[in-house]
Design a protein around this ligand. Structure first.
Ligand code: GLN
Length: 392
């Protein structure tokens, strides 16, 4: 065939770094601290609810916007945790994981040439979907060691072409939980420049040391311009279920629904009542999970530091970040490619989440480690890292 086999929008796109690294772990038998997924199931009652729905006839198309029971449960969740009032019929739409909510939001809200301000390092689906929408990304870098959002840099990233700010807090991959001052700065920029905010809050419940996540939609003047995205995967340890949602003003939610109806049309019917059960009946699960994760974080961070890796303490999420430059590595990708053979462990190179990983303060030398694993798995990884020669 002499014609190019792929369209330009996907040409050169390989597998995601998560797929690549999980395959590397499988191939080498390494402990997989790469892709962020827990190795224990969510609440048994939630799994039972899915099973009951599966055997109870919930096996045909759900409505495109999601079953009423789930939309109502999402609205109750936002009210219970944050005091946000939503009309479940017009201000909630159910998606196939937050990834589809991100796709629906960007395809539904961004025109070709529109600029999207995005925190960097960024989750890779943001850049893919900004590209599919024909948008132009304007990254604002969160820099080690504290990964704070600089309001001056945020302001400088905005232009007359800016359409929206794509926020993510708690933040993957850095583990930052944006504080009140940072959120206020984002809200101030959004209000002054009349921008939309799309905010990915999938780690909303997974915060540590008494830190609390605040949805930017709760700040003054923000509810009318904010589309909030989340999912059940992280909070209830069911990342493979792919049930998420977008909430906010009816017009913004309608734009997501308009785009997503051509992607998946509708999301897993028997999983929707089960996720509603999670939201309503297992409301305490995420906080217990966060407590467990904080302990796992401490074990992994102590082990990484003992192995000679400079490690930043995350405030939330599944992930800790290390700087591998002190061991002589210029590139986190080189380190991660060598790691299965050196130590029998897999991690994710953060450098793939930057426009320019060599820019000042960017993360060519940063590596992300997942601690959403059973204590024995973390202990094994730590023992292997401790016994290995990790120098370049
Ligand atoms: N969100 C998870 C992570 O960051 C998984 C991502 C994926 O596999 N696309 O690890």
């Amino acid at each position: 065939m002499s014609v190019p086999p792929a369209a330009r929008r996907v040409a050169g796109m390989g597998a995601t770094i998560f797929a690549e690294m999980s395959a590397l772990a499988a191939r080498t038998g390494a402990v997989n601290l790469g892709q962020g997924f827990p190795d224990t199931d969510g609440p048994a009652a939630v799994l039972d609810a899915a099973s009951a729905a599966l055997h109870g006839g919930a096996n045909q198309y759900a409505p495109g916007i999601g079953i009423p029971v789930l939309r109502q449960a999402v609205a109750r969740h936002q009210q219970r945790h944050y005091g946000i009032d939503l009309d479940p019929d017009t201000q909630v739409t159910v998606t196939t994981g937050c990834t589809e909510a991100i796709a629906g939001a960007l395809l539904g809200l961004v025109d070709p040439g529109d600029e999207v301000v995005v925190l960097e390092p960024y989750y890779d689906s943001y850049t893919a979907m900004i590209g599919f929408a024909g948008g132009v990304r304007r990254p604002v870098t969160l820099r080690a060691p504290d990964f704070r959002l600089d309001p001056v840099e945020l302001e400088a990233a905005v232009s007359p072409r800016t359409r929206l700010i794509l926020l993510n807090t708690p933040h993957n991959p850095t583990g930052r939980v944006l504080d009140d001052a940072e959120l206020a700065a984002v809200a101030d920029v959004a209000r002054r420049h009349d921008l939309l905010v799309v905010t990915d809050e999938v780690y909303e419940h997974l915060t540590f040391d008494g830190r609390r996540h605040t949805p930017i939609a709760t700040l003054p003047g923000m509810a009318e311009r904010t589309l909030t995205l989340s999912s059940a995967g992280k909070s209830w340890s069911v990342t493979g279920w792919k049930v998420g949602w977008a909430t906010g003003p009816a017009e913004l939610v309608a734009a997501v629904t308009a785009a997503k109806q051509w992607l998946t049309y509708t999301s897993g019917a028997p999983l929707q009542p089960a996720v509603a059960a999670a939201l309503d009946d297992e409301a305490g699960f995420p906080a217990r999970l966060a407590g467990d994760l904080a302990a796992r974080r401490d074990e992994l961070v102590a082990g990484l530091r003992a192995a000679g890796l400079e490690t930043y303490l995350p405030e939330g999420t599944y992930f800790a970040t290390t700087d591998v430059s002190a061991l002589g590595w210029a590139s986190g990708s080189d380190f991660c490619r060598a790691l299965p053979e050196r130590a029998g462990v897999v991690a994710i190179p953060t450098e793939v989440f930057y426009d320019d990983p060599d820019a000042p303060g960017a993360g060519r030398h940063l590596v992300r480690w997942a601690f959403c694993k059973q204590p024995a798995v973390i202990a094994e990884a730590v023992a292997r890292l401790g016994a290995a020669d990790l120098s370049a």
